[in-house]
Each structure stands twice: as C-alpha cells, then as structure tokens.
Write a protein that binds this ligand. Structure first.
Ligand SMILES: Cc1cc2nc3c(=O)[nH]c(=O)nc-3n(C[C@H](O)[C@H](O)[C@H](O)COP(=O)(O)O)c2cc1C
Length: 205
C-alpha cells in the first residue's frame, strides 16, 4: 500500500490527491492500519463530502455500544456554508481551532437523555455513562471516515451555547463535541503516544 506520506510528496494538485484518497478507500486496510490512519486532520481540501459518505459514518456511530443500549446521542450534520462559518467562529478562540474555517462538513454531537436503566446505573455507580457512550460513537464515526479516506477532527473546545442556538438544539441539551469532516490535505502523521509500560499493567496496577 502506498503511504499517504508518499502521496503528498508525489501528488501536489488537489484533484489528483482526492482521486488517490478515493482509491485508497477501496484498498484493504486492516484494523491496525485503520487505527494509525485515523488522526486529527486540521487541513482540508475544498472538495465536498458526499452524503453517502456521511451516512456511512453515521451508521458506524449508530452501531456503537452504549450503557444499557441507551444510545444517548443525536448527530446534527451541517453542510450549509453560512452555518459552517458561524460554527467555525464559535469553535475559534484563544488560538484554538482556526482550522475550522472552510471545513466542508461539521457534525454537532448532542447528548440525549439516557434510558431509565442507564440513568439509574449512572446514579448508583456515580458514572456518567452517556459521556462515555458519546465518545465511543464519535470514535466509530471517525474510524469509518478514515476507512473512506476522509479526515476528521474531534473538537471539544467551542462556544456550546452559540452552537446550540444556531442549530436549534432544545434547551438543556448538552453538545459535548463537534466533528470536523473533509478530505485531508496532508500526510498521515506518526502518532505521539505514552509508552505501553506507562499506560498498561497486568494483574495489578
Ligand atoms: C474529547 C476531545 C476533544 C478534542 N478537542 C479538540 C479541539 O478542540 N481542537 C483540536 O484541534 N483538537 C481536538 N482534539 C484532538 C486531539 O488533540 C487529538 O485527538 C490528540 O492530540 C491525538 O492526536 P490524533 O487524533 O491526531 O491521533 C480533541 C480530541 C478529543 C478526543
């Protein structure tokens, strides 16, 4: 498989790059490769993302696990340029998230009410399962996007009230995350992660 790093060195023009990314998605990528391919992309080509591609990502999110199968999420997909501009304004601040200007699709992830079992479980065990559920669904979305050759960036830093107002999100609903989606304009990076010995142990802490 040609690496994405090799690609950007070889193909400079955006159309050819887009073609390559379309090709890559038909190639077999095993899970390990997919995990390494998914990254936070902060540069995108201007090319539109198709509804079919977004629907595939949403379907992956829909299949994500959740406590008591509560599925406490709703994904609001935004491809309207005026709304995207306002979302970018709402995401930018203190030097963060300038890249969101020009992103072709943004998804607002809305935290819905848990079902009663998950709610009771959350209370009794003092754990907000819904935040975990949403996090997993977002990762499903992003992995599916990566498999399609799309780039994503999970965004947690934004003016939540402004987003909620813009997208007519009912009062009291939280919007924990946004997801930027587009055709990446850059190579796949090496991951920077803590060493395995630091993040895992066997049989005792
Ligand atoms: C909950 C959450 C919130 C994040 N918020 C932002 C954000 O507001 N802006 C941003 O550029 N990246 C954001 N990121 C992306 C992280 O910076 C990124 O996942 C991390 O540095 C690892 O890099 P990688 O995703 O390329 O592997 C967020 C990621 C997560 C999981």
């Amino acid at each position: 498989m040609v690496s994405a790093r090799g690609l950007s060195a070889t193909y400079k023009n955006s159309k050819t790059k887009h073609f390559y990314y379309l090709c890559i998605k038909t190639e077999h990528m095993n899970f390990e490769e997919l995990v390494l391919k998914r990254q936070s992309d902060r540069r995108y080509l201007p090319d539109a993302v198709s509804k079919e591609e977004i629907m595939k990502c949403l379907e992956a999110a829909r299949m994500s696990p959740s406590a008591c199968n509560s599925q406490p999420w709703k994904f609001v997909v935004v491809d309207d340029r005026a709304k995207l501009n306002e979302m970018a304004d709402a995401a930018e601040g203190m030097g963060m998230n300038k890249f969101t200007h020009g992103v072709p699709v943004m998804v607002a992830v809305v935290l819905e009410k848990m079902n009663s079992s998950a709610r009771i479980g959350s209370l009794l065990k003092n754990k907000d399962y819904s935040m975990m559920d949403v996090g997993m669904a977002v990762e499903h979305f992003c992995l599916q996007a990566a498999e399609l050759g799309l780039g994503t960036c999970i965004i947690g830093w934004f003016d939540e009230k402004r987003i909620a107002k813009l997208l007519n999100i009912p009062k009291g609903r939280r919007v924990p995350l946004l997801i930027a989606v587009g055709h990446p304009n850059g190579a796949t990076r090496r991951k920077s992660r803590k060493p395995m010995e630091e993040i895992s142990s066997w049989n005792t802490y």
